[in-house]
Design a protein around this ligand. Structure first.
Ligand SMILES: Cc1cc2nc3c(=O)[nH]c(=O)nc-3n(C[C@H](O)[C@H](O)[C@H](O)COP(=O)(O)OP(=O)(O)OC[C@H]3O[C@@H](n4cnc5c(N)ncnc54)[C@H](O)[C@@H]3O)c2cc1C
Length: 472
């Protein structure tokens, strides 16, 4: 691929750093919007075929379904669902052992499974995301390699923050051993593609743990939350994106931020409901690539963990995971721990897993068809996906999709202007022009849905609903 073509297409790259691992002419750099992007050392040199192959949105030779089939279809007893992929088991629950759940974003399964693999001598190293120990760097979190339980535990918690794998994967090449890695869907898929191009990765990456991922965020997401509590851009030193509030449902978590306020180092805990920009449907600070993946359930990962956003589980403020297990060895570890009560897992139907991510699936998978159609109509290049372009979407949903794109694009630009003006309210005011239209649309949709439900109700149901209202 020539460089001009690459420069035009790279906005669709997940920016995992995989291309940089296989092509010495590519390195990762943070752009002015706080997003990683591939940058060329020599502008005249071609992009290697291997680099194109390991890039999920540039690769045209294979896809997640084919790779998952090669990995799992041959396992005896494995099941398959078109939406969630291959699975041996599906669970919802949390860790009981030690302080894993307490220190985690959700039920603590991600960190606990790493610990189990390590304790059972199945791996030597864990590749995960930790606080950057280099205090001179303005990159707050990065992929790192851990080789003890203490280090593994330090990597707990969700970081809604851009990270990339080029540095750690270079270390994997240098340092023999058995590794487990965690990542969002496009990253795990790029690790699988790397393993298809290089036998060292195939041999050393023994297990992959996948996160469910609504979308990625730029560094400006954390910066903008800190800005709101008086920590100026550049002055944020630490952030916990998922601080549990023990008197509230798991979904009503807070954000804990430490930084300079009027020259003094302070820590502020703010419920996310009191921070602007927390509506994930709006998609503030979202990179383009997040809207061009059709892998919702991290289909090429051995184990998938996400948040159990289900009414029967969110009431528990400590949080629960949804869990999809595609690897038999990991499933055996989970089953053994369930018996010895180290973890509490409910065996659930795959529909429960799907239900917990239903709106994510609709946006990321189903309505991708419309986003692809828009690109085709505009005669713009776009990646080829498993979902086909299709204009058949209701007018309201089309408008929601169009607005989401505007909101997300504008958030990058208008936030930059707000920083220049040193005025966060400028950002709020400008963004509200777009988000208020979005909110109004959702109100219409909700009203319409309520009316449709009403039309389906039986007379006795209407009567009992009326009685309940009267009692209030
Ligand atoms: C950007 C992003 C978006 C997400 N969106 C959703 C969503 O829409 N729906 C949903 O159900 N779940 C989502 N998750 C996953 C969810 O937030 C939890 O991470 C997951 O449920 C695991 O919880 P836990 O308690 O088991 O993890 P913990 O035990 O707290 O461990 C978290 C693990 O994730 C790793 N990690 C943290 N940040 C990153 C990162 N940026 N990239 C790769 N690895 C990382 C950590 O190193 C650690 O190993 C998202 C995660 C991320 C990073």
């Amino acid at each position: 691929m020539n460089t001009t073509e690459f420069e035009m297409k790279k906005v669709y790259s997940e920016a995992s750093g995989a291309m940089s691992v296989v092509d010495s002419n590519i390195r990762m750099r943070m752009n002015e919007y706080g997003l990683f992007e591939e940058s060329l050392i020599d502008d005249n040199s071609e992009i290697s075929q291997t680099a194109v192959f390991v890039s999920p949105n540039l690769n045209k030779e294979t896809n997640e379904s084919e790779v998952a089939e090669k990995l799992y279809a041959g396992d005896s007893g494995i099941s398959f669902d078109e939406r969630i992929g291959y699975y041996h088991s599906t669970y919802v629950g949390h860790v009981l052992e030690g302080d894993y759940r307490n220190n985690a974003s959700s039920g603590g399964m991600a960190t606990w499974v790493f610990k189990e693999l390590f304790d059972n001598n199945l791996i030597d190293y864990v590749i995960h995301v930790k606080k950057n120990s280099d205090s001179n760097s303005n990159q707050m979190f990065k992929y790192d390699i851990s080789s003890s339980i203490k280090e593994i535990k330090e990597g707990a918690k969700t970081r809604y923050y851009p990270v990339e794998i080029s540095e750690v994967m270079d270390k994997v090449k240098e340092q023999p051993g058995r590794y487990a890695i965690i990542g969002i869907p496009s990253f795990i898929y790029s690790v699988r593609l790397l393993a298809m191009t290089d036998p060292i990765f195939k041999e050393r990456i023994k297990y992959t743990i996948g996160l469910v991922c609504g979308h990625q965020k730029s560094t400006k997401f954390s910066e903008s939350m800190a800005f709101q509590v008086g920590i100026k851009p550049g002055d944020l030193k630490d952030i916990d994106f998922r601080h549990k509030l023990l008197d509230r449902p798991a979904s009503s978590y807070a954000v804990k931020m430490t930084g300079l306020i009027d020259g003094e180092m302070k820590t502020v805990v703010k419920p996310k409901s009191e921070l602007y920009g927390q509506n994930w449907g709006w998609g503030f600070f979202k990179p383009t690539a997040s809207d061009f993946t059709d892998d919702v359930f991290n289909e090429t990962a051995d184990l998938v963990v996400g948040d159990a956003w289900l009414p029967e589980y969110t009431t528990d403020s400590q949080g629960n995971n949804i869990v999809i297990v595609r690897n038999k060895e990991i499933d055996n570890l989970i089953k053994k721990a369930m018996k010895s009560q180290l973890i509490k897992m409910d065996v659930v139907d795959k529909e429960i897993i799907f239900k917990s991510q239903a709106s994510h699936y609709r946006h990321t998978h189903d309505e991708l068809a419309y986003r692809l159609h828009v690109k085709d109509k505009e005669k713009e290049w776009r990646p080829s996906k498993r979902v086909s372009a299709n204009p058949n979407l209701s007018k309201t949903r089309q408008e929601i999709q169009d607005l989401r794109k505007i909101i997300s694009d504008q958030s990058h630009i208008l936030y930059q202007e707000a920083v220049i003006r040193n005025d966060f309210n400028y950002f709020v005011k400008q963004m509200t022009q777009h988000t208020s239209r979005y909110t109004a649309l959702y109100k219409t949709i909700n009203r319409r849905d309520r009316f449709k439900r009403f039309l389906k109700m039986k007379p006795h149901e209407i009567f009992s609903k009326l009685m309940k209202r009267l009692k209030k």
